[in-house]
Design a protein around this ligand. Structure first.
Ligand SMILES: CC(C)(COP(=O)(O)OP(=O)(O)OC[C@H]1O[C@@H](n2cnc3c(N)ncnc32)[C@H](O)[C@@H]1OP(=O)(O)O)[C@@H](O)C(=O)NCCC(=O)NCCS
Length: 175
């Protein structure tokens, strides 16, 4: 598989409709902790509060031609402790999955966090049954930091949540 050219750009108001479509897809919703359907008005309110935040960044993942295909971001950016939470990774357009976009979006976000925000640690939470995402995270060096057993009730079952973390030193070794 050749590596696709991928661009990350900050979220804009005109992206909100697409985000609602992607996140409301029945399959996609099952991968996220907050799986209630999004509304356009709710998303607009969320965007207004997001614009005022200094501890979160959401990128839109685009093809080389600028077509939006997904999202990725950092939340809870904590400059004192030089850490942030990785999240919102979604390749929302199914035809763009398994083509390398997720991997590049993840790597670019890590590069932004470690190089530009000068973070020391990036951590995340993922459903333990999300084998595609866990495989992806392990490939860039995230390590298992423990399981929260039956942490969420979703898709009609109690689901375990895995904590994963990546330190700057570990990232430097694999980049
Ligand atoms: C997880 C996700 C972002 C991966 O994006 P992607 O663009 O399809 O992934 P890539 O093509 O870059 O693949 C990178 C690696 O991820 C893993 N992976 C991706 N899709 C996979 C699948 N269907 N099954 C198993 N592993 C998979 C593999 O390790 C793959 O490496 P490989 O190609 O050498 O086997 C995408 O499947 C997605 O949007 N899933 C739904 C949302 C989600 O689960 N987000 C994470 C929430 S924590």
């Amino acid at each position: 598989m050749s590596t696709p050219a991928v661009k990350l750009r900050p979220l804009e108001a005109t992206d909100l409709g697409l985000l609602v479509t992607w996140r409301n897809d029945a399959d996609n919703r099952g991968f996220f902790f907050s799986h209630a359907p999004l509304t356009h008005s709710g998303q607009s309110r969320w965007y207004e509060s997001y614009l005022g935040k200094r501890d979160a960044i959401l990128f839109v993942v685009c093809t080389a031609e600028g077509t939006p295909v997904g999202t990725v971001g950092l939340d809870n950016i904590d400059h004192k402790n030089q850490k942030a939470e990785f999240g919102r990774l979604l390749i929302g357009e199914p035809q763009f999955r398994q083509k390398g976009y997720g991997m590049i979006a993840l790597r670019e976000t890590l590069r932004y966090g470690f190089d530009e925000l000068n973070l020391n640690r990036i951590y995340l939470q993922v459903f333990r049954d999300n084998s595609a995402a866990i495989s992806l995270y392990k490939k860039v060096g995230f390590v298992d930091e423990g399981t929260l057993r039956s942490d969420h009730y979703s898709r009609g079952a109690w689901r375990d949540v895995l904590n994963m973390g990546l330190l700057r030193d570990e990232w430097e070794q694999t980049r």
